[in-house]
Design a protein around this ligand. Structure first.
Ligand SMILES: Cc1ncc(COP(=O)(O)O)c(C=O)c1O
Length: 446
């Protein structure tokens, strides 16, 4: 057996142990009570879910843990904080619903659960007062699958697609997959918050004959929850110039306490009519691998056009739909707790940077569990990157080799991301603290 096989086998056995434990426990799975109690700091949590549990993900073959460890061998990477998923045990109701369906050992064609669309509608109505029209929901194999269909339907003259940057790296990929190019519309840093530059946006649209803009709210990676005023200013430009707004709101369930998430499609009828919204339970309940999402629009004609153009996903993966359904049906308290927990992580990171790791700058952001931290001082201390390495590649290597922490290079999110790193806070307080201590020691040793 070569080394790699041995390692894989060891990883697998660890994972198998975890699975066996889960299997054993599932019969007596206790669903949470929602007794109110205090969580960390002044954040109120239900205590129904133990988000402090150190859940072992090693050995399951996932991208964030196993993938990163494989890529960076021989470095151990005990703190993988790159890939945008979370380290927590998922909502027990999801596991329970999946186990129940697994027990029925037949996998013939199956439509969505009968209350599937009702639960999508109820979640958005209850939490965000957003009306999703029943007939307007189209299933997607994830949010990017929906974005791809929209681009292929609506960017018919092949114009570049506008992406606000720093912006989600997957946007660049999906635009490329659709055989289009992109134009970066840079956000500007104003008093520590990334703001839209409306004049620049308008002129870029004119100069490049833009027809579609990919918009993200809450925004990955800056964490902005855009205000209604900001979105109206942006939306007016788009409507005026005939640009379709594709609002990716996959991170909408992660909103820190001091802000509010406003769905783009709720800021006014004309904005709703000129936009698609895309959402999923994949971030909120860590169901990314289930490949389930949805899009909708108040503009039924646009929805029908996308469907007619080939986006036909009448039914999705059975387990994915069951997981999504259980999440929206039973997950409100879990999500509230998760928000409070992530809010706590954001504040902890801010305090740690301000008091103990002054070479990294970070101010509590608004939404998502992703922090876009300014590491430009660390980069300056490290000197010039070697060869064709980017600054972010140099920083990534440094934090992996010297601290065992994986962060994503800021350049992945656009040209103005240089010097920044994206840090995933969807993990336990303990792991976050461990990662920060390790980063601090590594920086001090430069
Ligand atoms: C803003 C944003 N959109 C879409 C995705 C990917 O979604 P999906 O896996 O459902 O295609 C991500 C994942 O990180 C994301 O951050």
């Amino acid at each position: 057996m070569d080394n790699q096989t041995k390692l894989n086998r060891r990883f697998f056995m660890k994972g198998a142990g975890a699975t066996a434990l889960l299997g054993g426990a599932i019969g007596g799975l206790t669903l949470p009570n929602t007794a109110s109690a205090k969580g960390m700091g002044n954040v109120s949590m239900s205590m129904a879910y133990d988000l402090n549990e150190e859940f072992n993900r090693i050995g399951a073959g996932d991208s964030k843990w196993d993938g990163i460890r494989r890529r960076w061998r021989p470095f151990n990477v005990p703190f993988p904080m790159g890939v945008a998923d979370m380290d927590f045990r998922t909502l027990p109701h999801i596991t329970e619903a999946l186990m129940k369906r697994m027990g029925h050992q037949n996998w013939g064609y199956q439509p969505a659960p009968s209350d599937y669309y009702d639960n999508i509608i109820a979640w958005n109505k209850k939490r965000y007062d957003q009306d999703v029209k029943p007939g307007s929901i189209l299933n997607c194999l994830g949010v990017l699958d929906g974005v791809l269909s929209i681009l292929k339907t609506y960017n018919t003259d092949g114009a570049p697609v506008l992406i606000q940057t720093p912006g989600y790296s997957g946007f660049f990929g999906v635009v490329r997959n659709a055989q289009f190019s992109d134009i970066e519309n840079p956000l500007k840093l104003v008093d520590g918050r990334w703001e839209m530059d409306y004049d620049m946006m308008a002129s870029q649209i004119d100069e490049n004959n833009i027809k579609v803009m990919l918009f993200c709210n809450p925004q990955n990676p800056t964490g902005n929850c855009w205000t209604a005023d900001e979105m109206r200013r942006m939306g007016d430009i788009c409507i005026d110039k005939g640009v379709l707004v594709v609002a990716d709101e996959i991170h909408c369930d992660f909103v820190n306490k001091h802000v509010k998430y406003t769905p783009y499609a709720t800021i006014g009828e004309k904005y709703a009519q000129n936009s698609f919204t895309l959402k999923s339970t994949s971030k909120s309940f860590n169901l990314a691998a289930q490949r389930v999402g949805y899009m909708f629009s108040d503009n039924q004609e646009m929805i029908d056009t996308v469907r007619r153009n080939g986006h036909q996903r009448g039914s999705l993966n059975t387990l994915g739909m069951i997981a999504c359904n259980a999440a929206y049906k039973h997950g409100a308290t879990y999500m509230d707790d998760m928000q409070a927990y992530i809010d706590g992580n954001c504040h902890f990171l801010e305090k740690f940077c301000a008091e103990e790791m002054k070479d990294v700058k970070y101010k509590v952001h608004e939404g998502t569990y992703l922090a876009f931290i300014d590491c430009s001082r660390v980069a300056r201390k490290l000197g010039d990157p070697e060869g064709d390495q980017r600054v972010g590649d140099m920083l990534q290597r440094f934090f992996i080799e010297k601290a065992g922490v994986n962060l994503n290079p800021g350049e992945n999110y656009g040209h103005n991301g240089v010097g920044y790193m994206r840090m995933n806070l969807g993990t336990t307080h303990r792991k976050l603290h461990g990662a920060l201590n390790a980063m601090k020691a590594a920086i001090e040793a430069i």
